[in-house]
Design a protein around this ligand. Structure first.
Ligand SMILES: Cc1cc2nc3c(=O)[nH]c(=O)nc-3n(C[C@H](O)[C@H](O)[C@H](O)COP(=O)(O)OP(=O)(O)OC[C@H]3O[C@@H](n4cnc5c(N)ncnc54)[C@H](O)[C@@H]3O)c2cc1C
Length: 511
């Protein structure tokens, strides 16, 4: 199929936000086209295969997918819920928080009653604090109408943006270990002690406490299911189509231009790429100075280094949970500020899964923070499947040194791990930068700062009437957060109250 010269809606970027928006709008009858620069659709939903083993790049587990829960309802309306092959993580401990100086495994369990029950086993004196923590999470989530699926009032209570995650958790207990355990999965949102608001913690953690699932054979199944639906509604999607500019005339975007010079015209454009870059590609002169100044000054979240391990067959039992491991329980909020000597202060371990009932795992992914400034020697290189290049021998050596450092840390917890390794692969902030197009390889878009709540607020509307944003820079990142961002963006186009009510009513009618 060839790209037509004109569409109702052109969406730039086939990340989750772009694809969900595409399905929602195609379902409304719009003629939609998605343009993706990569060889694979999906952005962070992309998987890759090494030694016949599938690895995820940006989906290790998903929350809110049990019947009736928020993401379930959105995916049901979009028409993909029945296509997903999922495995529920361990109900009594989907996330395990551990520390070098403590052999105990602290559990985050699914379902609030169970979550409380499991924590009380380790912290029997802390009932009041644990209840206060859960109540605050639930209260906070209830203030986000599209998250709580309670759209009576679509406005926000601004006070919810002003509470710090670390301050709140510290305020409910003096028990330092409990504080560390409650904040232990803060990699989920790149938690920063002086900046992260409690609502970011609450929205992320709540969805997994409600239910936590792993994608069997990786998260790219979400992409496939979305594209299937998009095509059902007559939408089109094209890969290897890098957009290089948004062409603006009379305060409206007329067309986008592809790398090969092709122009694609539309009435409305949605950018699923970072707002910072979108504004540059449209030309800063078309926006107010204060706006471009604010957007270009927004801080991006830190980047990551990932180690992908292909396991020898039948060597390492599959673990149906994730580990968040810290060198010290005293430094839960400070692991972003690692030094060369202390790296990695922390890692998250997650296993891949080929089928529902496997006894042995075939892969492990380990993720930890890595600042972009470590990439300085190679920052001018670019490498993807579409534009292949070598970053050089020094880069390869850097990666294998870092992989070895992680394996040494892993051996403390899993003493036989080295014997189980068949092959290792790695990715750095440059891999994410080049594949996703995100600023400096940032994992989750823009930093939410409790001290400046409006600074990083991005509206889906821009100063150009027919240009909208969607994706993880808009509201919350993650599969749930980005799905909601697409609903927010599409609501601006088809009607604010209209879409969410249609979603809820259509789902009700079907159940
Ligand atoms: C390491 C890591 C682990 C994660 N783990 C989880 C997890 O376990 N659970 C969870 O819920 N979330 C997780 N996330 C977050 C989640 O994956 C993301 O928030 C989400 O997928 C982002 O979607 P998006 O719509 O913002 O698009 P993105 O994924 O940012 O995709 C943007 C797309 O735009 C394309 N693009 C960019 N520039 C252009 C251009 N000029 N022309 C055409 N196309 C372009 C890119 O190629 C890409 O396909 C993780 C993220 C990372 C990085």
């Amino acid at each position: 199929m060839k790209i037509a010269s004109h569409y109702d809606i052109v969406i730039v970027g086939s990340g989750l936000g772009g694809l969900v928006a595409a399905v929602l709008l195609a379902k409304e009858g719009y003629n939609v086209c998605v343009l993706e620069k990569n060889n694979q659709f999906g952005g962070n939903l992309q998987t890759f295969v090494r030694d016949k083993t599938i690895f995820d790049t940006g989906v290790h587990y998903i929350g809110g997918l049990s019947k009736g829960q928020n993401l379930y309802e959105y995916f049901k309306y979009i028409g993909i819920i029945n296509d997903l092959k999922l495995k529920k993580l361990d109900e009594d401990g989907f996330d395990i928080i551990t520390f070098d100086d403590d052999d105990k495994e602290y559990k985050h369990a699914q379902g609030y009653d169970n979550f409380i029950r499991q924590l009380l086993i380790d912290f029997p004196e802390e009932e009041k604090a644990i209840y206060a923590y859960c109540d605050k999470i639930k209260e906070t989530c209830s203030k986000f109408p599209l998250y709580s699926l309670n759209p009576k009032d679509l406005s926000y209570d601004m006070n919810v943006f002003k509470l710090s995650a670390k301050d709140f958790i510290n305020s409910i207990t003096q028990n330092k270990k409990l504080r560390a355990v409650l904040a232990g999965s803060n990699f989920l949102y790149a938690g920063d002690e002086s900046k992260t608001p409690f609502y970011v913690h609450a929205l992320a953690v709540n969805s997994y406490i409600e239910s936590a699932y792993r994608c069997i054979r990786g998260g790219s199944q979400i992409t496939k299911a979305l594209i299937k639906q998009l095509k059902n509604y007559g939408g089109e999607v094209f890969k290897k189509c890098e957009v290089v500019s948004f062409n603006v005339e009379d305060k409206l975007v007329n067309s986008v231009e592809l790398e090969d010079g092709t122009e694609v015209y539309a009435n409305t454009f949605i950018s699923n790429i970072e707002p910072k870059f979108t504004v540059e590609m449209a030309g800063k002169e078309h926006f107010r100075k204060s706006y471009t100044h604010r957007i270009s000054g927004i801080e991006s979240t830190i980047a990551a280094f990932s180690l992908y391990i292909v396991l020898k067959p039948n060597s390492f039992k599959y673990i149906n949970k994730n580990y968040y491991h810290f060198k010290s329980s005293e430094n839960i909020w400070g692991t972003l500020n690692y030094t060369e000597d202390t790296w990695p202060e922390y890692y998250m371990l997650s296993m891949g899964i080929k089928d529902k009932d496997c006894e042995y795992g075939d892969s492990i992914t380990i993720m930890t923070y890595m600042r972009y400034d470590e990439m300085k020697p190679w920052k001018d290189t670019f490498n993807t499947v579409v534009k292949k290049n070598h970053r050089g021998q020094s880069y390869e050596e850097f990666k294998s040194d870092k992989a070895e450092q992680i394996i040494i840390e892993l051996e403390k917890k899993f003493p036989n791990i080295r014997d189980c390794i068949q092959e290792i692969y790695t990715s750095t902030p440059l891999s994410y930068r080049d594949y996703i197009g995100c600023n400096e390889g940032s994992i989750y878009g823009y930093v939410k700062d409790v001290n400046k709540p409006m600074q990083s607020h991005i509206s889906p509307r821009t100063k150009l009437d027919n240009l909208y944003f969607t994706g993880q820079c808009l509201g919350m990142h993650g599969i749930l957060g980005v799905t909601i961002s697409a609903v927010v963006t599409c609501s601006e186009i088809v009607g604010k109250d209209y879409l969410i009510h249609k979603i809820l009513e259509s789902n009700k009618a079907k159940s």
